[in-house]
Design a protein around this ligand. Structure first.
Ligand code: WTA
Length: 659
């Protein structure tokens, strides 16, 4: 399936109106836009009132670009908002999570009262391990209930969590632990992937060996079997957490108390620790979750099929749904060829009403064929969401037709780790949607598409996506690097947030996202920077130079293609061998993680450069995508491209999904 090319988008003219019944009863009515347009700060104040505040704020917004403070003077506790207040309101028996293990080998039902007890015990345990408000806790765990308890326990005691996706390598984990200066790491002995146990703790052991300030590693027994143990440092969850009292007195924190950091790829080799705080973040994740998915907490069964290791998991598995008192399905596994209809079994059995996933997954399911869905009753579904990358109109229509039975609205939600919550999206009961368009800014959000000079483009024009006013869940900075914060997001345009995405306004002024305009690639919805992968490749002793580009891929959106020149002392037949390419792929997996393994690595004696010595990435992308080459007049040696092209056509393709 091709990416949404400008041409395809321009010719996409289908419209889908909200179903009448949904529209009539929707949480968000058209008046929500009017209300926010009249006074956006007052609108956000009304949204903030859905939360429980121990002390109300004095000032809703203090904005001195690029620094925002929301709900200044207000005090609240994030875990109380997510859990305790629902129990106190009499919903203790309500299911917070139906947890289903990888491949459905185990299950647990967790009510709000259960979660309250688990979080209290975990908070007590972290305190016993010496964690205090303000200390950072790194979390490297699979999708199990203990992960959610840990995240909320950190929030409860005011210790910012730093969740690192379990697919990252020990090197990547180490970088994140050191940068955040985390004092405790919470992990598991192992995890189940596609039905098989795989170790997790060894990566933590390797990482922590070089982190002298990590005092404790708290380990959940998930898979069993032998693990290496460092006495004094390592502690078992069942020894430390299980014995704790199941109550914990929560303290209210300032609205601007750091809640978590989440590392994400930027345009340099070093990932950025995106910092989020408490009051504004909770306000916007809860409001967007309520309106974008039309959540009815009494009747809906909501399923966000992301991983907690990414921002989508933070905002739309943990904080948004729990603040709204939702009942969620939490599935540990991911779709894979050996288990193709698991999702539909789960939707039918749990009567899932809202499903939120990424275009890559939709395209994979689409590839497997809609016949797989036919035996299952999916009529419970009423809203479908998409996130993480541009969704091509074909995938959008397939999603609505086969998963949504031709009835359900599809909400294509644009946002980022940095924005914390959904920013551009249809509202399911209001918006007449267009397949492939994220449509309009959420009420209270100001977005635009501008040209090189920062001037808004007219309808029908394309340019850079920007956010022109501060929003409650915006990042408060990059951990430990204020300069980089200002430089990355606020230097391109004056007092305006530069998102790094290209976008287009159609003739109606609706917004279509066109992908990144910087060196960030989007592989299956995962952000990976070209420089990060290049850095990993040149770390290989036999590599002199490397250039990495994101090439369009029918399933993963983009795929990593690397061009590598070997060092002079590497023999030519050695550098052409499969073993060499494999060692390069392993090097990337070691430095970053399997998700960053290039689909294709091309070994070439030279890279095309401009006269000033810059690698011509655009040209390499054209080569990788097999397009006609654009302007090559600035190229130092035009024969290099011919050489690369010839080599490329001779080389074998990679394994596709980069794992
Ligand atoms: C891309 C994920 C098009 C975009 C929540 C953004 C999207 C990056 C969409 C952020 C969408 C996310 N349509 N592109 N609906 N949603 N993106 O930080 O390039 O992992 O800048 O946050 O994903 O990725 P991140």
């Amino acid at each position: 399936m091709p990416e949404p090319t400008l041409d395809a988008l321009l010719h996409e003219s289908r419209r889908f109106d909200p179903p009448a019944e949904l529209a009539a009863n929707a949480n968000a009515q058209p008046s929500l836009y009017d209300e926010a347009a009249r006074d956006r700060v007052a609108f956000w104040e009304r949204q903030a009132q859905w939360l429980r505040w121990d002390t109300k704020w004095d000032t809703a917004l203090e904005w001195e670009a690029p620094y925002a403070k929301w709900f200044v003077g207000g005090r609240l506790n994030a875990a109380v908002n997510a859990v305790d207040r629902h129990v106190e309101a009499g919903f203790g028996d309500k299911v917070a999570f139906h947890w289903v293990a990888d491949g459905d080998t185990d299950r647990r039902t967790i009510t709000y009262a259960d979660l309250q007890r688990e979080v209290a015990k975990t908070a007590n345990a972290l305190t016993e391990l010496g964690v205090q408000a303000g200390d950072r806790v790194a979390i490297y765990m699979p999708m199990i209930p203990e992960t959610i308890a840990t995240v909320l326990a950190c929030a409860r005691i005011g210790a910012p969590h730093n969740v690192v996706f379990c697919g990252f390598s020990s090197d990547a984990l180490k970088g994140r632990i050191l940068d955040a200066d985390a004092r405790v790491v919470v992990t598991t002995d192992g995890q189940y992937r596609r039905g098989a146990p795989t170790p997790v703790k060894p990566a933590v052991d390797d990482a922590v060996a070089d982190c002298p300030d990590v005092r404790h590693v708290l380990v959940v027994r998930r898979t069993g079997g032998d693990v290496q143990w460092t006495e004094g440092r390592d502690v078992w969850w069942h020894d430390v957490v299980d014995k704790q009292p199941d109550t914990h007195e929560a303290q209210a924190f300032d609205a601007e108390q750091p809640l978590f950091m989440m590392y994400t790829s930027g345009t340099t080799a070093k990932p950025k620790g995106i910092l989020h705080t408490t009051g504004g973040y909770l306000t916007q994740v809860a409001a967007t979750h309520r309106y974008v998915f039309d959540l009815k907490p009494d009747t809906d069964v909501y399923w966000c099929a992301a991983d907690i290791g990414w921002i989508t998991g933070h905002s739309y598995i943990v904080y948004g749904p729990l603040c709204n008192g939702a009942t969620s399905l939490l599935y540990e596994g991911t779709p894979h060829p050996g288990d193709q209809d698991r999702w539909w079994k789960l939707v039918e059995e749990f009567k899932v009403t809202i499903l939120y996933t990424a275009p890559t997954t939709i395209r994979t399911l689409m590839k497997w064929g809609h016949e797989l869905l036919a035996p299952y009753d999916l009529s419970s579904l009423r809203v479908l969401g998409s996130v993480g990358e541009p969704i091509n109109p074909e995938a959008w229509v397939w999603y609505r037709t086969y998963v949504g039975g031709g009835r359900t609205p599809v909400v294509d939600t644009w946002w980022q780790t940095e924005t914390g919550a959904i920013m551009i999206t249809p509202l399911p009961g209001v918006t007449s949607t267009k397949p492939g368009a994220a449509m309009t800014p959420f009420p209270g959000i100001s977005a635009d598409v501008v040209d090189n000079d920062g001037k808004p483009v007219p309808d029908g024009g394309g340019g850079f996506l920007v956010l022109t006013e501060p929003w409650p869940s915006m990042l408060r900075g990059i951990w430990g690097d204020d300069e980089r914060y200002r430089e990355t997001y606020w230097s391109r345009f004056d007092k305006t947030y530069f998102a790094g995405d290209g976008a287009k306004k159609d003739d109606d002024g609706d917004i279509w996202l066109l992908g990144r305009v910087d060196d960030v690639m989007n592989i299956s919805g995962h952000r990976i920077s070209t420089t990060e992968v290049e850095h990993a490749l040149v770390g290989h002793p036999a590599v002199a130079e490397a250039a990495v580009v994101g090439a369009t891929d029918p399933t993963t959106g983009q795929a990593i293609v690397a061009f590598v020149t070997p060092r002079g002392n590497v023999a030519e037949d050695e550098s052409k061998g499969e073993a060499f390419v494999q060692s390069l792929r392993d090097q990337v997996a070691k430095e970053i993680g399997p998700i960053a393994k290039p689909r294709q690595i091309l070994v070439t004696p030279e890279l095309p450069k401009t006269r000033s010595g810059k690698i011509m990435r655009r040209l390499l992308r054209d080569i990788a995508e097999n397009r006609e080459l654009g302007d090559v007049t600035t190229l130092l040696d035009p024969t290099v491209t011919d050489m690369i092209r010839t080599n490329l056509s001779e080389s074998a393709g990679g394994d596709g999904d980069g794992t």
